[in-house]
Design a protein. Structure first.
Length: 623
């Protein structure tokens, strides 16, 4: 398989190869021109790389974009989306030419920045620069973990690479530093970043804002660095890609020197071509300069189209060969094969409902972070694919799986990740692991530091990825650390992110249900907001009048009814404030005021309940 992936196929005649490359430039120019907005420059400069990578090096099957053993390609420079859309269309993915004509239009599968789940072949949602780089690290980490657990002598069922294309802007963003440092420390040898070194940003030359020596920077991180001085030299690009794949002990950075808007007579090399159409006259002039055979918009020469069509045949052969080999693997290792398919298909084993029932009532008082740690240990025994860690706060977040190995360069099958003080990269890496498939992932930090990974949380929510964030030290109740660490505004801002499930449990019983909800959720990320201080474990049941914590699944429920059953007012609280509200209810009812107490661990879950249930909890006539 490795030889099939790395061997250079016979190249078409030079004139046809050039037509294939220029087809990317023409489709890009025409799509941006028709949309009257977009970014033509980077795709035009990167056309030879895209051609070389997708035609000769990337292991992919356009007819089966979800093939488990495909190489992952991440366009971290999401503004260069027309490069990816052109390549997906030309190589035979389900993306018709009309979709390119509708670039950036409402309802099209070719939005201004790539969106995972919308366009076949798009591995992750990108656009906020640097995010795709962190995602790619997570994908490479997941590939290595699965390979360690499932590959057997003579059977490499998990064997693929992760490529990420990044701009100068990606490498300026702080998350790129965090992610690159982590990847170098992890020695992720099957990770390749390609730096589009065109020295241009929106405002002008990159030397306006940076003088970083990227080669020295990445070597200091422990990466192999390869350089290609001419972005139009396909042979040199091929040589660099092969050199990256020969190095299995270090991730690789290929610094590719390109010219933005290559071929444009008046705008090549200029920042004016970064984020605006070239203009009708300049598009015509560029086609003349490229000696392109037609000025007709969206024209692809039939001979070039015929060569592009061969990529689909090659992809089918690659995936068919893998499926045959997987059948042989399944014949010899049936249990492992079934487990691999379970993990990759995201199927949970039975029995999660019983997880950690023993902690309920085990102690009169317990911090919800402590309860979370106990639940996590139980879940980890039931879910071998549960992997995660913390941004250097494992002991405080209670996110360390007891008895499990660290997940590191020398122990690639471990389950405990040490992200270091890299919250932003942690968020992006967790998303990448979830996007890859096969793992259930979680990451912890203090709730106040959720700000540091907010962009990654937002994108995980947009993509509907199953990531669990464990945020401890909730509320002012954390005490001595003072106002810098008291997350006063964070709950409301997190609840405002569409698609993110908020879970703020009141006691150990609600914690157990919250974890189960987070892990069984199919369409997005969740966060648990947990206390540092101890809270009472509520004595629930008919004898006490307190409702079962199973009602947590509704988001809000009547924890304690008013005497007589007809409340004059309702107290509502979540998390560590529920015990305060319970005390207040006792005082008020002692004074003759019938007061209902509602525990509301999740605004999002309650919002999804039908109106009848919502009004049964909060009658419109009641304060």
């Amino acid at each position: 398989m490795a030889e099939t992936r790395t061997a250079l196929d016979l190249r078409p005649p030079p004139e046809i190869e050039q037509l294939m490359i220029d087809a990317i430039r023409v489709l890009t120019m025409d799509a941006v021109e028709k949309a009257e907005c977009g970014h033509p420059g980077a795709p035009m400069g990167l056309a030879p790389l895209g051609y070389e990578l997708f035609c000769r090096h990337l292991q992919h099957d356009p007819a089966n974009p979800d093939w488990m053993n495909r190489d992952r390609f991440v366009l971290s420079a999401g503004h260069a989306s027309m490069l990816l859309y052109s390549l997906l269309h030309l190589t035979g993915y389900e993306l018709e030419l009309d979709e390119l004509r509708d670039f950036r239009q409402w309802g099209a599968r070719t939005p201004g920045h790539p969106e995972h789940g919308l366009t076949p072949g798009v591995e992750t949602t990108t656009g906020p620069l640097g995010q795709g780089l962190a995602n790619s690290v997570g994908m490479a980490l997941a590939e290595r973990w699965l390979a360690h657990h499932f590959n057997k002598p003579g059977h490499n069922v998990v064997d693929h690479w992760t490529y990420a294309l990044c701009s100068d802007g990606d490498l300026m963003e702080g998350v790129s530093h965090e992610a690159a440092s982590f990847a170098g420390h992890q020695r992720l040898g099957k990770l390749v970043w390609i730096h589009d070194d065109n020295s241009v940003t929106i405002e002008g030359s990159t030397d306006l804002a940076t003088s970083t020596d990227q080669e020295q920077r990445f070597e200091a991180y422990g990466w192999q660095v390869l350089k290609v001085d001419d972005g139009n030299d396909c042979v040199a690009i091929a040589r660099a890609l092969r050199g990256a794949r020969r190095e299995l002990e270090r991730p690789s950075l290929i610094i590719l020197k390109t010219t933005i808007a290559f071929g444009s007579p008046n705008k090549a090399g200029s920042h004016e071509a970064h984020g605006a159409p070239l203009g009708r006259d300049e598009v015509r002039a560029t086609k003349v300069a490229l000696e392109y055979p037609s000025a007709e918009p969206f024209f692809v020469h039939p001979r070039a189209r015929s060569e592009w069509d061969k990529i689909k045949e090659r992809g089918h052969a690659l995936s068919s060969d893998w499926h045959k080999r997987f059948l042989a693997y399944r014949h010899e290792h049936s249990a492992e094969a079934l487990e691999f398919l379970r993990l990759m298909n995201g199927v949970l084993p039975p029995g999660l409902e019983a997880a950690s029932e023993s902690i309920v009532g085990a102690a009169r008082e317990m911090a919800t972070r402590t309860a979370s740690g106990i639940v996590l240990q139980d879940l980890a025994k039931r879910l071998p694919e549960l992997v995660g860690g913390s941004a250097d706060l494992g002991g405080s977040n209670n996110t360390t799986i007891e008895g499990a190995e660290d997940l590191g360069a020398d122990t690639p099958g471990g389950r405990v990740l040490h992200f270091g003080v890299r919250e932003h990269a942690m968020g992006g890496i967790l998303s990448g692991m979830a996007l890859h498939g096969g793992l259930r992932v979680f990451g912890g930090t203090f709730l106040v530091f959720s700000d540091y990974l907010r962009p990654a949380i937002r994108l995980a929510s947009l993509m509907g990825q199953r990531v669990v964030y464990v945020f401890t030290h909730d509320s002012v109740g954390l005490g001595e650390d003072g106002p810098t660490h008291q997350p006063v505004e964070h709950l409301m801002s997190l609840r405002a992110i569409p698609g993110l499930l908020d879970l703020r449990p009141a006691d150990a019983a609600e914690v157990a249900v919250a974890w189960r909800l987070a892990l069984t959720r199919k369409d997005g990320p969740s966060f648990l907001a947990l206390s540092r201080q101890k809270v009472r474990n509520l004595e629930r049941g008919e004898d006490t009048g307190l409702a079962s914590a199973e009602e947590t699944v509704r988001g809000a429920y009547v924890l304690a009814e008013a005497f007589g059953g007809e409340p004059a007012a309702i107290l509502v609280a979540s998390g560590s404030e529920v015990q305060v509200a319970l005390d207040a209810q006792t005082i008020l009812q002692g004074k003759g005021y019938p007061v209902r107490l509602v525990s509301m661990p999740s605004w999002a879950l309650f919002r999804n309940q039908d109106r009848a249930y919502q009004e049964s909890v909060f009658p419109p006539s009641c304060k």
